[in-house]
Design a protein around this ligand. Sequence first.
Ligand code: SPV
Ligand code: MG
Length: 562
Amino acid sequence: MHAITSCLESTPPVSERAAARLRKTTQLKNLLRSAQLEFILEAHNGISARIAEEAGFKGIWASGLAISAQFGVRDNNEASWTQVVDMLEFMSDATSIPILLDGDTGYGNFNNMRRLVRKLEQRGIGGVCIEDKIFPKTNSFIDGERQPLADVAEFCGKIAAGKDSQADDDFCVVARVEALIAGWDVPEALRRAEAYRRAGADGILIHSKLSRPDQILEFAAEWGNRAPLVIVPTKYYSTPVEVFRKAKISLVIWANHLIRSAVSAMQNVAEQIQRDEGLIDVEDRIASVDEIFRLQGADELAAAQERYSSGRRDITAIVLGASRGDDLASLTSDRPKLMLPVGGKPLLRHLVDKFKKRGIDQIMVVAGYKAETIDVSGVEVLVNDRYAATGELVSLARALDRFTDDMVVLYGDLLFRSYILRDLMENDAEITVVVDSSSQTRPTASGSDDFAFCSEPDDRSTWGQAVTLTRITRSAHCGDKQADGRWIGMMRVRGAGRRWLEEAMAALGAQADFDRLGMPDLLNFLVASGRTVRVWYIHGHWLDVNSVQDLECAGNFAAGQS
Ligand code: SPV
Ligand code: MG
């Protein structure tokens, strides 16, 4: 057993794009007034809105049908207007293009319309389309003829109330004419549209449920260019858009195609998983989890974390645990050393619990021998395939691309009292090594100790000592000088220390003997390159497991530690 006295002493990118753009209200107004035919696509939640934007659409139709459907309710104002507005907020936050809300009838009378417009503006919505039906409405494709139309004067009042309520001049109120849906003729539709235009509508949505665009084209021809025309070719979808261009339509709404495509995809996958009782045949034909992360903007958060977060949230722990543990041969025939049970749980579990307690959640273990047997939750396992022929630095190199600006690097066979990690985390030096001054000169049976020679011996004042590392050797003596303690195999790397470490790894990696080098070689290289390696003295309260005897001691240690 070594080290020793311990045994006796026993956790929406979008804003930048948005900043470079016009206000969403202005974008929508420009779309409505554009000289060319424009298109917007239905979306019904944040992720579908982002998908619409990524596909290249310049605007989004927040469809009442689709939003109610994704809530699992009918398109009969069963979802409250505030529930719709809440969803719009997610959609707006997830995108930089304008949203035109399908505002049904305005969810009530002129007064409800006023409040709606104010709330929509507050949530960054570009405009609202209201239809001349009666609350609660029913989708236009369900018994359209039986749906009563709003009184023209009353509806004009609603339009005017909305326009008078907007704070942003470019917020758009589009008036939707349902006359053709309700079985009226084109002249009635035109009469209504003109009244709505005079009431202040920024555009007219003329809707039809016929499979040919004849009514729409007749309307458009009579309408001329009095105000922008918006259409929803859900039923006359086979009409080439060139026809709409020629008819001088302003804006085409593809009104429900994301919700419908999502539904078919979900039905197919759900049926298949149910049938197969497995995922093998679906995994490769659905979006990867990484794609979901990308759509959620995970990268932006990671970058922001680098920029803004201080302290503990990003601390990474790298546990070097590739070795079998030669002196533990009989016990490690089926597992690596760090999976040996100590006090009822694997050594590695003790380490992970300690890290978690200190809010260190990014924990990596570089494994080698029997790496496949490591099944401790909360750790990512990296593998050094050449563990048998290589030293610790080859293992550390496996974790190079995971380095962060705050890391703890340690050997996987350590057990230590919690305060040691806590105190180490209080250190703000670029690199700090933990040195035990209680047992400087007592070599262990394995002879694998890392003796530390430091700028000052431990004066046991605990705080305020600015001691630095001079060298780590396998011998407790260097000339006349006796080692000041033993490096316990734990170090903290912060800020510029990460770069120092990366540079040292690159330099050592170029050496012919890199495969054989261990952590002490890295520390000695850093010191020799003029880097300051701070020493944090402790006095016992740790052990490492190199022999059967150590293991017995570790059990007692684990039982008695805090
Ligand atoms: C919607 O998308 O909810 C619409 C268009 O209002 S339609 O379903 O065609 O009435
Ligand atoms: Mg609708």
